[in-house]
Write a protein that binds this ligand. Structure first.
Ligand code: AMP
Length: 222
């Protein structure tokens, strides 16, 4: 099963994807995580990606598509994948359809997460992530703080704030989302496989509840 997590930054794609990964036993693939790993390791890809990410812009399609194509050829994702942060442009979506078709697969479900803009900014500036690559648990200092400041409850590693999680860059990332990524809503609506979920504290729907809901829907229990 191929699942896509769609939604603006900070709507909970990573949180929902990591919960779905556990519950459905299919791998999460995050293009953002792949770029951040490369930045940390100082690879050629990392040096290029950093320029775009630090300005809230998208890494060019040809680079990003190649990364996903290679990742989708690996053995651990042959029974399915949860794509977290890909596609982000119509070109990427078209290429994804092509890559999957060549393997006799298709996008089975698109989960579109929405949250009011102001809530997104508050959520992102308060986001902290476990620095342990095996854990990567996501916290929010207001909605879901760690028990001990700066330390992951789950594995005891240090919590970090992403460099692009500042208000200035978030506003740029939101602009990028509306210009280049939001047209994907229509693209997938036409394919008839979209499920829209509102993630908002004002209606008391956070990532964890949404993930539970989505699992039940995917398992045909709803
Ligand atoms: P994320 O962790 O998904 O919020 O991604 C962090 C940043 O990585 C984004 O703001 C983009 O600069 C870059 N990025 C992640 N996924 C993609 C993609 N599919 N296409 C282009 N850039 C991406």
């Amino acid at each position: 099963m191929v699942i896509i997590m769609l939604g603006a930054p900070g709507t909970g794609k990573g949180t929902v994807a990591s919960l779905l990964q556990k519950k459905l036993e299919i791998k999460q693939i995050s293009t953002g995580d792949i770029f951040r790993k490369n930045i940390k390791e100082g690879t050629e890809l990392g040096i290029i990606a950093k320029e775009y990410i630090s300005e809230g812009k998208l890494v060019p399609d040809d680079i990003t598509i190649k990364i996903i194509e290679d990742r989708l050829n690996e053995s651990d994702v042959q029974n399915g994948a949860i794509l977290d942060g890909f596609p982000r442009t119509i070109k990427q979506a078209e290429e994804l359809d092509r890559i999957l078709a060549s393997k006799g697969k298709k996008v089975n479900k698109v989960i579109n997460l929405t949250t009011p803009d102001e809530e997104i900014i508050e959520r992102i500036v308060n986001r902290r992530i476990c620095s342990n690559q095996e854990c990567k648990k996501i916290y929010n200092l207001i909605l879901n703080p760690p028990k001990q400041e700066g330390i992951c409850d789950k594995c005891g590693s240090e919590l970090i704030k992403r460099k692009d999680d500042t208000e200035e860059i978030v506003r740029e990332r939101l602009k990028t989302y509306f210009e280049q990524t939001s047209p994907l809503i229509q693209y997938y609506e036409k394919q008839g496989n979209m499920l829209t979920e509102i993630v908002s504290k004002t209606i008391n729907r956070l990532g964890i509840d949404v993930a539970e809901d989505v699992v039940q829907i995917l398992k045909g229990e709803k």
